[in-house]
Design a binder for this molecule. Structure first.
Ligand SMILES: *Cc1c(COP(=O)(O)O)cnc(C)c1O
Length: 223
C-alpha cells in the first residue's frame, strides 16, 4: 500500500506526511524503512516522546491544535507547525525559536469545513495577521503556506468545493509572496487525508497528511 501511495503522490509531485499519532515507535520504524522521513503528530507529549527514541533524521510536523504554553517542548526539534491559528501562538513560536537559535517553519491553518470546529482562521483573519505590523517583526519563523481539513462528509462535491476555495486563496497569497525571504517561502498547500487525498490532489494540493491508509486504522479517533 505504501509503495502504491508513494508512486501516486510522486507522480503528482505531492509531498507525503505520514500521520503517526497513536502508533508506536516500532510501527513508525516499519514505515521509516520504506523511506518516509516526514511524520505528523497531533499531540505535543506524544511527539516529544517519539522524537527522543526514533532516528534523528525524521522531520516532525505538528498537525494538531497547539497550546501556547506547550510550544517550548517541541521548539528544539520540530520541523514545522501546521496548525497555527493565532497571532499569540505565532509570537510564542518565534520567541522559542529565537531562544533555541533556530528557524521554525509553519503553516497557517484555515477553517474551510462546514462543521463548527474550534480551530482554524477564517481567510479574513489570516489576511489580518499577514498585514499586521506585529507579524512583520517575527524573524525566527518562516511561513511555508496553508493547511486545512475539509468537512467530514461523504459528499465529495462539498469536499471539492472546500479544497478548491482554499487553493484559490493559496494562489492569491502566492502571488503576493512570490519572492522568498528569510521569513517567507510560500510553497506548501497542505490538505487531504486518507479519505479525501485524491480529491485534494485533484484540487491542486502539494502536501497531504495520511495516517490510517499507511498505518491501518487507529484504535481511537485521535483528533
Ligand atoms: C489524524 C489526522 C490526519 C490523518 O487522518 P487519516 O484519516 O488517518 O489519514 C490528518 N490531519 C490531521 C490534522 C489529523 O489530526
Amino acid at each position: 500500500m505504501i509503495e502504491e501511495l508513494q508512486q501516486y503522490l510522486s507522480a503528482h509531485r505531492v509531498k507525503l506526511i505520514a500521520v503517526s499519532k497513536t502508533k508506536t515507535p516500532d510501527d513508525i520504524l516499519r514505515v521509516y524503512a520504506s523511506g518516509i522521513r516526514d511524520f505528523g503528530e497531533n499531540k505535543v507529549q506524544e511527539m516529544t516522546a517519539k522524537y527522543e527514541v526514533l532516528p534523528k533524521d525524521i522531520r516532525w510536523h505538528l498537525i494538531g491544535h497547539l497550546q501556547t504554553n506547550k510550544v517550548k517542548y517541541i521548539a528544539p526539534f520540530v520541523s514545522s507547525i501546521h496548525s497555527v491559528d493565532s497571532m499569540k501562538l505565532l509570537t510564542e513560536i518565534n520567541r522559542q525559536a529565537e531562544k533555541h537559535q533556530r528557524n521554525i517553519d509553519y503553516l497557517l491553518q484555515i477553517h474551510i469545513a462546514q462543521e463548527e470546529t474550534k480551530f482554524g482562521l477564517s481567510m479574513n483573519e489570516c489576511l489580518n495577521i499577514l498585514q499586521s505590523d506585529e507579524w512583520k517583526l517575527l524573524k525566527c519563523i518562516r511561513l511555508r503556506g496553508l493547511m486545512a481539513m475539509a468537512s467530514n462528509t461523504e459528499n465529495e462535491q462539498q469536499i471539492e468545493k472546500e479544497f478548491s476555495s482554499l487553493k484559490s486563496f493559496f494562489d492569491e497569497l502566492k502571488k503576493y509572496f512570490s519572492q522568498d525571504s528569510n521569513t517567507v517561502k510560500f510553497d506548501e498547500l497542505c490538505m487531504g487525508m486518507s479519505g479525501d487525498y485524491k480529491i485534494a490532489v485533484r484540487c491542486g494540493t502539494n502536501v497531504v497528511r495520511i495516517g490510517s491508509l499507511i498505518f491501518g486504522e487507529r484504535n481511537y479517533s485521535g483528533t
